[in-house]
Design a protein around this ligand. Sequence first.
Ligand code: PAF
Length: 282
Amino acid sequence: MIVTSSAEAVGRRVRAARARGLRIGFVPTMGSFHEGHLSLMRRALGERLYTVVSVFVNPLQFAPREDLARYPRNVSRDRALARTEGVHLFFAPREAAFYPPGFRTRVRVEGLGDVLDGRSRPGHFEGVATVVARLLHLVEPDVLFLGRKDFQQTVVLRRMIRDLGMPVRVDVRPTVRERDGLALSSRNAYLTPSARNEAPRLHRALMEAKVAIRSGERSAARVRRSIRARLGAPPALSVEYVEIVDAETLEPVRRLAGRVVLLLAVRLGRARLIDNEPVRVP
Ligand code: PAF
């Protein structure tokens, strides 16, 4: 595995791989790997792609009072895990080189980045779109691998890629979960033991709603209310939002039909957790 912090070296290695007839797969991450990250790498490697993994805790996607300083970081462990998986190129840029002094460009996907998580995390998706646009420009992959756990992020990035005509296919992979349903996330490290006990409620509430929809429920308001009721109330957990939206436009729906997604965000002690469940309604 090649390890580098140099954008120029990434370009060189990727061009060399292409010259050998290989196609490029890219897994962008903020590190602190868990099975969700590893499953994306395995997918890329399984497709016999020259697999590039980036690790960069992107300051642009953290609002001023968010957890940038305490976000879990462990690059040497990440490097060892990526090597074990068989990743070809491990790119961990330094912030000062990635965003040199004077860097002023931002990529904003209107309408998709300022709803749901974007409402409570202003600037977050602008930060995500900016870093991913810059990474795609460096790596020029054939396939970009993203986890469905961050559903809104996948919608924002697909739209950016389509709007800017970037020649990359997006492969969104299913959320990887603990045995009790909790979606894997680097931020699960913030959960205290008692918050961790409450956390499976998120997935359970979504799955029960999905069963109700499959049994014929078509009112989004009723489904939202039942999810909230199952999530519970403070002090155990406080709900930031429960929404049901169109899977492509992220617009809230009233009657359930077509491809919709149930999304929620909650606070559990110091942790903010998100989860979602896509549903195809006949
Ligand atoms: O999902 C993440 O880890 C990040 O938002 C991403 C896509 C790597 C951009 O920093």
